[in-house]
Design a protein. Structure first.
Length: 211
């Protein structure tokens, strides 16, 4: 079987692309990457050449197309990975899927007020109240997961999982905008941010779109 192909948007801005890209990197599965520059006159046409939904990311695996970030992460987890991408304990796995789904469908204010831009830092004089509420909820999730399931490593469920991939773009936002975090959240964010694959993504974003 040929290598899967992941179609992604600009690494500087595309939070949805980062998630399955990290899942694939952490899985140990070899894959090819097609990068489409966002915010260009031909962006829409270039995406439609690959993705029937008109959005990225999209995973091509043989004749199969998977066009949603969380669905791609789920699909990758079912392949022959070097490490499992969900917690092996059933209860922990259920919680990991719950927090991943919450991230996938929620936190609208955080997305709107603190858009992802991994190539720069932006000091915000004030963060809107609704975004502050989202930040508080994110930190509550991180604190609860670390306390209940994080004994085996620095990530939400100890070792790396798809839940960490889902929250990785939020980590970049907190670094970009200098969001103050409680100690547990700050330590977790540092572990994610310093992950070699994350640093690879950030350096590629800066090289392609220098500030």
């Amino acid at each position: 079987m040929s290598k899967p192909v992941l179609v992604i948007g600009s690494k500087r801005y595309s939070s949805w692309s980062l998630r399955p890209w990290l899942a694939l990197k952490q899985s140990g599965i070899a894959f090819d990457e097609v990068l489409i520059r966002l915010r260009q006159p031909d962006t829409k046409a270039n995406i439609l050449a690959h993705s029937p939904s008109g959005k990225v990311p999209l995973l091509k695996s043989g004749d199969l197309l998977v066009w949603d970030s969380l669905a791609i992460c789920e699909y990758v987890a079912e392949l022959a990975c070097v490490i499992p991408l969900w917690p092996e304990n059933r209860g922990a796995r259920a919680v990991a899927r719950s927090v991943s789904a919450e991230m996938h469908s929620g936190f609208i204010a955080l997305r709107q007020h603190l858009p992802m831009d991994v190539a720069t830092t932006i000091a915000l004089p004030e963060i809107a109240a609704e975004a502050q509420a989202d930040i508080a909820r994110v930190q509550a999730i991180w604190t609860d997961c670390r306390a209940s399931y994080g004994a085996g490593g620095p990530f939400l469920f100890g070792r790396w999982s798809n839940a960490d991939a889902m929250f990785a773009p939020v980590v970049t936002r907190f670094y970009t905008y200098g969001v103050h975090l409680a100690p547990v959240s700050a330590a977790y964010a540092e572990a994610v941010y310093n992950l070699p694959a994350m640093q690879e993504w950030i350096e590629a974003a800066k090289a392609a779109d220098p500030v």
